[in-house]
Design a protein around this ligand. Structure first.
Ligand SMILES: Cc1cc2nc3c(=O)[nH]c(=O)nc-3n(C[C@H](O)[C@H](O)[C@H](O)COP(=O)(O)OP(=O)(O)OC[C@H]3O[C@@H](n4cnc5c(N)ncnc54)[C@H](O)[C@@H]3O)c2cc1C
Length: 472
């Protein structure tokens, strides 16, 4: 039974936790440790986990502004992917022998997480149902899916990694409206992310890591994390704040901005409704819209559906997890466009969370030996699995291990400020985000309208391609 407090309402996932949700004690005194970590999401906690595994003698403290999992880690769509945003840009530049190593590391994410789940006896409703990226709802998605599959082949992923399903096979998996086929991959699992992040916190605590909750860090500096009332001195300081990077003063450039994504969860659906929708093997689901969508069938038979992002001027972080009635209505309209059979399904949960978008549009793990500053993140909304890989990389960099991970394209040594691309100052980045979002929305409206003239759709498509390339 869980104790009701505001944290339980953060997401459907938090509500499902078995253990009581009682915040750990806050930090009230100064501390000296080997490693001090800001942020108890997947990045901070996996980093603590691998550091302790490799060097049990290290003293480690994690400082979290709210509770472990409060950020994106406890509120996401629950897709655990053996994939990295930006892998195309990384792989295309590498000779084949090195590209092979990179692919092996990326594809090794789920097996590694699964290994730890077993080793640490963690139950997070892990289910390896694969994933479908459907070409659905409008014709242009068919071309996009084929182009994506070609691109994945150029990156060196084979038929066993990503394969084409025709309309009948894809619809049998997920019966999305007007399905024309889709790309299937076995490299996605679904989880309850709040269960995983909370269990990780307990696991590292048992290993001797100190976690302080309701302890916002004000300043991140070489050798120091500072809160309103205490100082933590450490040889190594790790910033693991992702979408919340701007909440602490740090000698770092504006490398990551927060974008909010919104999720709806239906009531448990009837067997008849599931017969109409598919999802029998519980695959993760998305379509080829540029506006981003993601869904999974939960263990208790609900459909979780997330879509679209929003950026607020000045990189304001959305603190309020609850969605307004207007936001819920808008998300529901979007959901019904995918699955009209859900017209009568009640929405029981709705929330938003902030993810981090780095200017380089790909994840990073950085460590500066001289200053002792370390940083990982930049997942572009695909951090549930990627955080595990970045944390393992960061642990190797911090411990100066001569490992394959330390040679990966996402591993950076040297001054962090020189490594990461900076976001443009306001109002440029707000204007850029809004312009791209409007072009994508305009293109989608045209594609969805059978009366749209071909020339207009083609113009919108070309503009949208140009807009997308701005980020890469
Ligand atoms: C709605 C939504 C859906 C998503 N769906 C998916 C998905 O299905 N699959 C996927 O792979 N990825 C998904 N993502 C992205 C994924 O959740 C994130 O990339 C990942 O959880 C990032 O983990 P993190 O630990 O780096 O950041 P976070 O989990 O955001 O952790 C940062 C932590 O720092 C804390 N904090 C903030 N400020 C301070 C401070 N000043 N001092 C101390 N602590 C502070 C926060 O409270 C938070 O706990 C989604 C994200 C969102 C928002």
């Amino acid at each position: 039974m869980s104790i009701r407090n505001p944290y339980n309402a953060l997401s459907f996932w938090f509500e499902r936790l078995d253990a009581p949700l009682v915040p750990r004690a806050a930090l009230t005194r100064d501390l000296d440790v080997d490693v001090a970590i800001a942020g108890a999401g997947f990045t901070g906690l996996w980093t603590a986990y691998y550091l302790k595994q490799l060097a049990p003698e290290l003293t480690i403290a994690v400082l979290e502004a709210e509770i472990a999992g409060f950020g994106a880690s406890g509120r996401n769509g629950g897709w655990l992917m053996s994939a990295l945003e930006g892998s195309g840009a990384m792989l295309r530049q590498l000779p084949e022998a090195q590209a092979q190593q990179v692919r092996a590391q990326i594809l090794g994410i789920i097996p590694e997480v699964e290994r730890v789940l077993q080793a640490e006896n963690i139950d997070c409703d892990f289910h390896r149902g694969g994933g479908l990226f459907a070409a659905a709802r409008f014709d242009e998605q068919g071309e996009r899916a084929k182009a994506l599959l070609d691109e994945l082949r150029v990156q060196g992923f084979g038929e066993d990694d990503y394969c084409w399903l025709d309309a009948a096979a894809a619809s049998a998996l997920v019966n999305v409206r007007d399905c024309r086929g889709g790309i299937y991959t076995p490299h996605i699992a679904t989880i309850n992310p709040a269960k995983l992040v909370r269990a990780l916190a307990s696991t590292v605590e048992k290993m001797g890591v100190q976690i302080f909750e309701q302890t916002p860090v004000r300043t991140i500096a070489p050798g120091l994390l500072e809160t309103a009332t205490a100082k933590v001195r450490a040889r190594t300081v790790v910033a693991a704040l992702e979408g919340y990077s701007a909440t602490a003063r740090a000698a770092l450039p504006r490398h990551t901005i927060p974008v909010a994504s919104k999720i709806l969860v239906t009531e448990p659906l009837s067997p008849h409704q599931w017969q109409q929708l598919g999802f029998a093997t519980r695959p993760a689901f998305s379509d080829m819209s540029r506006l981003i969508s993601y869904a999974q069938r939960t263990t208790d038979g609900r459909l979780l559906f997330g879509a679209r992002g929003s950026y607020d001027f000045g990189a304001q972080i959305r603190r309020d997890a609850a969605l307004s009635a207007a936001e819920i209505a808008q998300q529901r309209r979007y959901l019904l466009d995918f699955f009209p059979a859900l017209q009568d399904a009640r929405i029981t949960h709705a929330w938003a969370g902030s993810l981090g978008i780095p200017r380089a549009y790909r994840p990073h793990a950085c460590f500066d030996r001289d200053s002792g500053l370390a940083l990982a993140g930049g997942y572009v909304g695909e951090g549930v699995g990627a955080a595990n890989l970045m944390a393992r990389t960061l642990a190797d960099l911090i411990l100066q291990r001569d490992s394959v991970l330390a040679t990966m394209p996402w591993a950076h040594s040297g001054p962090v400020a020189n490594t990461l691309r900076h976001w443009e100052p306001e109002p440029l980045r707000w204007l850029a985000y809004k312009t791209i979002d409007r072009i994508f929305s305009w293109e989608e409206r045209l594609c969805l309208d059978p009366a749209s003239p071909h020339w207009k759709k083609s113009l919108a498509g070309r503009l949208a391609d140009r807009a997308a390339s701005f980020m890469h």
